[in-house]
Design a binder for this molecule. Structure first.
Ligand SMILES: CC(C)(COP(=O)(O)OP(=O)(O)OC[C@H]1O[C@@H](n2cnc3c(N)ncnc32)[C@H](O)[C@@H]1OP(=O)(O)O)[C@@H](O)C(=O)NCCC(=O)NCCS
Length: 187
């Protein structure tokens, strides 16, 4: 498959959903039962990717923020580390930063392992950076345990250690790393 021929289609109320199975019932159900309702309520925008007249993947996006107050028991030192790691200048340090959340992301069982996940993350990054009429610093995702490594391979990091025993963990990606490639995170 030539990934460059794929284009995410923004879902609208008239879009006729085609069959899709990523192997996860909740993620399948979101596409068929919830995506249009979220769109109508301005709560999330869903994009589908078609190939040979089938939906082979989808993702949805919504506004979010990375917040200081509820993340860690060692809150202050945690937040200082986060600011240092992402090289936020002292004068610009805040208790929250603008973000876009990946609400859902799924690839059809048939098409896993072919680079479509990489393609989607690249597309999300471009979509946000090209839409710079509204500032967004981070991408966030409540990642499933089974997908932790997928996100790590795409440059995401865990936000906190507080959820390290959970099956769903908050991960983030700093868009400044690609908007300004010389911006290297501190270790
Ligand atoms: C996770 C998912 C989106 C990955 O999509 P994909 O198209 O198969 O991913 P890619 O082919 O682009 O793979 C990208 C890299 O991540 C790795 N990877 C993909 N899925 C992985 C997984 N579940 N666990 C660990 N690594 C994974 C691949 O091996 C590849 O690494 P490599 O370059 O070293 O080979 C897909 O497997 C999926 O839809 N899973 C079910 C739903 C889900 O878990 N969604 C995430 C909800 S937060």
């Amino acid at each position: 498959m030539n990934l460059e021929s794929l284009t995410p289609i923004r879902l609208n109320q008239d879009y006729e959903l085609k069959s899709f199975d990523c192997g996860d019932t909740d993620l399948n159900n979101f596409l068929f039962n919830d995506a249009k309702a979220y769109l109508k309520e301005l709560m999330a925008i869903t994009y589908v990717i078609e190939y040979e007249n089938k939906v082979i993947a989808y993702f949805c996006l919504l506004n979010d923020k990375v917040v200081f107050d509820t993340l860690d028991t060692q809150k202050k030192s945690f937040w200082n580390r986060f600011n240092r790691r992402n090289q936020i200048p002292n004068s610009k340090r805040r208790k929250n930063y603008p973000a876009t959340k990946i609400g859902r992301l799924a690839v059809s069982k048939e098409y896993k392992g072919q680079g479509i996940g990489y393609f989607i993350i690249d597309n999300i990054q471009s979509l946000i950076l090209n839409r710079m009429d509204i500032a967004c610093r981070f991408i966030t995702v409540d990642a499933y345990q089974t997908a932790f490594n997928f996100y790590v391979k795409n440059g995401f990091e865990f936000l906190s250690t507080e959820d390290e025993n959970e099956s769903i963990r908050l991960m983030y990606f700093d868009l400044k790393n690609i908007a300004f490639p010389n911006h290297i995170p501190n270790s």
